[in-house]
Design a protein around this ligand. Structure first.
Ligand code: HPA
Ligand code: ZN
Length: 326
């Protein structure tokens, strides 16, 4: 359709993508073979058949198993390069990429291996595709704060390669308040801060992320709409929400894309953006996410423009890069 074409060619920024969640089944099997890693799945068809989730934890179990094939610097490079090539092909002009260092260091892969591979891909992609990039390191919230603090310490030799810190993994029972001190330390060190909140957890977790962690963006934030006062505050303070429609559908946060809250977010004046989260697992990159919500919710061309503009407004990139697209 016309609007589909319009979405595809529109310059976009992607602010919520877990690089480990861009590991397509084909690459997972190839890296498993290259590194001699035994997986429970022997074919692309078997893997895809396993991608039927009922909630976040269901997905995370497979996501952590999948990342076990990533062992060498080249693996991290190849993973990020494949994502960046796809992103550039969808006219994503700026991308801020999450990675989960503890998902690797906890199984004996050095922080240096991870960061060197990702960094080399980012620099190669900037040259080859002309996009701009940033890296955001996430703490796994199902693990304790002491481990997050050690991870922050481990990152310091590469301070200049990391723009921010985030918080992901199992939300329920792991409130933002659990990470108050490590986020304070990160802010003191000059990192931008974000946190997943209100994906499955309550509106209160969104409030905690703002008040206790002082984050500059909320990842997801869907459940904030349960609380009218919080919704009004998010609008007044122009707090960006990095919304991930296909993720919400696949993890059963919404029963049907027609029930997705994105349109309510826009009508409430929230600074919503559209992102892919874990594109290899949820069935689409950023353009497919835009198309899915546009069709299910009947978003207008103006809504699409607002969403794309919001993605640059909410980005942590240089003001000059921002102005080029706004
Ligand atoms: N939510 C929480 N943690 C995650 C996600 C997500 O959608 N993807 C990868 N880690
Ligand atoms: Zn996420």
């Amino acid at each position: 359709t016309d609007l589909g074409q319009f979405i595809a060619q529109l310059p976009k920024a992607e602010l919520h993508i877990h690089i480990e969640g861009s590991l397509e089944p084909e690459m997972m099997l190839a890296l498993a073979a290259r590194n001699g890693v035994q997986l429970r799945y022997g074919s692309v068809a078997e893997l895809r058949a396993a991608y039927r989730f009922t909630n976040l934890q269901d997905f995370l179990d497979l996501y952590y198993e999948g990342m076990s094939v990533l062992r060498q610097e080249q693996d991290f490079h190849d993973l990020a390069m494949a994502y960046l090539r796809r992103a550039a092909s969808q006219n994503v002009r700026h991308v801020e990429i999450f990675f989960d260092p503890q998902g690797h260091t906890e199984r004996g892969i050095a922080f240096k291996t991870v960061i060197d591979g990702l960094w080399r891909a980012l620099k190669d992609a900037e040259r080859e595709f002309g996009l701009t990039t940033g890296l955001i390191m996430c703490f796994l919230r199902h693990i304790d704060e002491a481990s997050a603090e050690r991870t922050l310490q481990q990152a310091l030799p590469w301070r200049d390669r990391i723009i921010g810190v985030g918080l992901d993994s199992s939300e329920k029972g792991n409130p933002p308040s659990k990470f108050r001190r490590v986020f304070e330390r990160a802010r003191d060190l000059g990192f931008a801060t974000v946190a997943h909140a209100g994906e499955e957890g309550p509106a209160d977790y969104v409030r905690e992320a703002l008040d206790i962690l002082a984050v500059r963006r909320i990842d997801h934030g869907n459940r904030a709409l349960d609380d009218p006062e919080l919704t009004a505050r998010l609008a007044a303070e122009k707090v960006p929400l990095t919304v991930c429609p296909l993720s919400n559908l696949r993890l059963c946060g919404v029963s049907d894309m027609a029930q997705h809250p994105l349109k309510h977010m826009l009508r409430a004046g929230l600074m919503a953006t559209v992102n892919s989260d874990d594109p290899a697992y949820f069935g689409g990159y950023v353009t497919e996410n835009f198309l899915a919500v546009q069709q299910a919710l009947g978003l207008t061309r103006e809504d699409i423009v607002t969403l794309a503009r919001n993605s640059f407004t909410a980005a942590f990139c240089d003001e000059a890069v921002k102005q080029r697209h706004l």
